[in-house]
Ligand binder design. Structure first.
Ligand SMILES: Cc1cc2nc3c(=O)[nH]c(=O)nc-3n(C[C@H](O)[C@H](O)[C@H](O)COP(=O)(O)OP(=O)(O)OC[C@H]3O[C@@H](n4cnc5c(N)ncnc54)[C@H](O)[C@@H]3O)c2cc1C
Length: 401
């Protein structure tokens, strides 16, 4: 009977176990993770859960009984410390060693530390786990001020949640606009406007020179006080274990479209991977998203159970801030023009990024139809008429040539 050991019981690792069962795998499954809680969803930690609109149980990936009922050996609070590829064993920090036929590395990513004086102060907050989220939530509330360092999705969502809980928030961004790495200028301008309408202050082009649990010193010497300081400046792939085992890594574990690493018996999934993107000439990229974790989990489960490789999916992502539901499909690689459909000033629009006459990315705010159309157009490499695409009066489907 084949044995699969999964290191990391997060969204990707938990999903691999689930899909293996769904696809009829009848071997042994060990799912081991550092955190003390069963696999859960992280997105609500900065959104509904943080605002108190969702309870603990709604975070769970599967019901509590799922693992026992499916004979999945779930081990929580244990970390893998080494992989012996020749002997095909993994050693854990509790001294246990497990042999495997297939190993799946699903160790995710960790919050990047702020490289300034005080950057490793234990009183600073980050937002990755339920433990982090509990700390943050305890610091938010009526009249309390949150300072967020980093204008990325997690930071902006946390600022919106702080506001919803009756507090105030300031977001400090080093670049000249928020979301610079991950969104178009139109989208950055939209979120900047929405946050300022809600009373969240966004300061761009700001250097932070020192931090502590309750203060942030800026480059000009001024000091901001706060009940909580949240650092949200990106994530780093937890690929150390794989590197130590000699697997090919390049800021993430390098995998193919079966999520297989440079060792045929070892797979890797989720945030920790650098993977090919079939809709973008197989360019290698790190995707930090739930849809990616699920797609790769299906790839692994298919490869292990001998099913055909699943259909290639278009990468996508979402974010919720106030009444704005953002959905992004694709990536703007090689884009040479942009088409805006709808009006960014009325909170419902989409920015399409085109390369020649093909859509390569769509960023949609409260515009589900545009998102769906863009995602489909990317998947099918449809030729597009940009004038029709821009014309809100024309049905969006008629933009396909
Ligand atoms: C606050 C927040 C909001 C987000 N919002 C969105 C969103 O709106 N939309 C979206 O698509 N994505 C969102 N994401 C990203 C999404 O949650 C991640 O892409 C997803 O969780 C990746 O799954 P993963 O299993 O690869 O990593 P993780 O879910 O991080 O799981 C990895 C697990 O491995 C464990 N681990 C690490 N090293 C070891 C070891 N040596 N041994 C054992 N276990 C180990 C870790 O403790 C962790 O539990 C958000 C993330 C955060 C933090």
């Amino acid at each position: 009977m084949a044995k699969v050991v999964i290191i990391g019981a997060g969204h990707a690792g938990g999903s691999v176990a689930g899909f293996l069962k769904q696809y009829g795998f009848d071997g042994e499954i060990v799912l081991a993770g550092t955190e003390k809680v069963a696999p859960y969803q992280r997105p609500p930690l900065s959104k509904a859960w943080l605002k108190g609109e969702a309870d603990e149980s709604s975070l769970q990936l599967r019901s509590e009984d799922f693992y026992a009922e499916n004979a999945i050996d779930l081990r929580l609070g244990v970390s893998a410390v080494s992989i012996d590829r020749a002997a095909r064993t993994v050693t854990f920090d509790d001294g246990a060693a497990e042999s495997y036929d297939h190993l799946v590395i699903a160790t995710g990513s960790r919050a990047r530390k702020l490289p300034v004086t005080g950057g490793s102060d234990q009183g600073l907050l980050e937002l990755r786990t339920t433990v982090d989220a509990e700390r943050l939530k305890a610091a938010l509330g009526q009249g309390k001020r949150l300072v967020v360092i980093g204008g990325g999705y997690v930071g902006l969502e946390a600022a919106a949640s702080a506001k919803a809980l009756g507090g105030s928030a300031i977001v400090l961004e080093r670049m000249d606009r928020v979301l610079q790495r991950v969104a178009s200028p139109t989208l950055s301008a939209f979120f900047t406007r929405r946050h300022s309408e809600e009373g969240v202050e966004i300061r761009t082009g700001v250097e932070v020179s020192a931090v502590s649990a309750h203060t942030v010193t800026l480059g000009d010497g001024s000091v901001l006080d706060a009940e909580a300081v949240l650092v949200g400046i990106g994530a780093i792939a937890n690929d150390d274990l794989a590197r130590a085992a000699g697997l090919e890594c390049n800021d993430g574990i390098v995998v193919d479209l079966d999520a297989r690493t440079s060792d045929a018996n070892i797979f890797a999934v989720g945030d920790v991977t650098r993977r090919p993107l079939p809709h973008y000439d197989d360019v290698m990229f790190r995707l930090e998203s739930v849809p990616n974790a699920l797609e790769q989990a299906k790839q692994v489960a298919s490869a292990i159970t001998g099913r055909p490789q699943p259909a290639h999916e278009v990468p996508w992502f979402w974010s919720d801030q106030y009444d704005a539901k953002l959905q992004i499909a694709g990536l703007p690689f090689g884009a040479d023009s942009q088409v805006v459909r709808g009006d960014p000033d009325v909170n419902s629009f989409a920015v399409f990024h085109l390369k020649g006459d093909r859509i390569v990315c769509v960023e949609a705010i409260n515009a589900a139809q545009s998102f769906m159309f863009g995602k489909q157009a990317i998947g099918k490499a449809m030729a597009i008429n940009p004038a029709v695409l821009a014309d809100e009066a024309a049905p969006i489907k008629s933009a396909a040539v």
